[in-house]
Design a protein around this ligand. Structure first.
Ligand code: AMP
Length: 213
């Protein structure tokens, strides 16, 4: 089935997506990663995206929607997609429904990762990502795993947008833009709310239960 994973920045969308990718061969579609890839190309579009991300604002819907459409239309991705960070507002959700319909696809589960603001702040400030294999760890909580990591420690980098001022701004943007989406999705039978303050493996188990329905 195709899955939407959403929740505030730092709720664990990326971590749980990686779990689904590794355990069940899902394809992770992270709009944040797609946008950061565009930035790396150093195009005009990339510069526009960078300005928005640095300001803690959302990138324009049209830009994100077109990135998503290109991916959903790939036939070999059918029923394996996990949307991480998309949709983020009602207009994107409506667009996703349209794209799915056009490609004979549907969303089997909409999972909301529920977590408080104070926990998010701590998680994001410690977050580091391996540039080689894309695993996300936390420098406060995962010391042992970081030391033993298969790619070595040198590839771990902080994301440029993970500083406290940007976090606050992103959190505020999330509340303003994504909370209406929560109301919109909460009415659907395929909606599930998961306590994202639990341990990572407990959250993964819960998600596996939901997605195996
Ligand atoms: P993320 O990696 O999901 O935390 O996203 C990083 C940043 O990319 C966000 O703070 C937004 O500025 C932008 N972004 C990611 N996904 C979307 C989206 N669906 N709509 C608009 N902006 C997005």
């Amino acid at each position: 089935m195709n899955i939407v994973l959403f929740g505030p920045p730092g709720a664990g969308k990326g971590t749980q997506s990686q779990y689904l990718v590794q355990r069940y061969s899902y394809i992770q579609i992270s709009t944040g990663d797609l946008l950061r890839n565009e930035i790396k190309k150093n195009t005009e579009l990339g510069k526009e995206i960078l300005a928005k991300i640095d300001a803690g604002e959302f990138v324009h819907d049209e830009i994100v929607n077109s990135l998503i459409e290109k991916i959903v239309s790939k036939k070999n991705y059918n029923n394996k997609l996990i949307f991480d960070g998309y949709p983020r507002n009602i207009s994107q959700a409506e667009n996703l429904d349209k794209i799915m319909l056009k490609n004979n696809q549907s969303i089997g589960a909409i999972i909301y990762l529920d977590v408080s603001r104070s926990i998010i702040e701590k998680r994001i400030l410690g977050r580091i990502v391996c540039e080689k294999c894309n695993i996300t760890l936390n420098e406060y909580h995962d010391q042992e795993e970081i030391e033993k990591h298969k790619c070595g420690k040198k590839y771990f980098k902080k994301r440029k947008d993970d500083n406290s001022e940007t976090i606050m701004k992103r959190y505020d943007t999330f509340i303003k833009e994504t909370n209406p989406l929560l109301d919109y999705y909460a009415k659907k039978p395929s909606f599930f709310k998961v306590d994202a303050t639990a341990k990572i493996n407990e959250i993964s188990t819960k998600i596996a239960e939901i997605t195996n329905v």
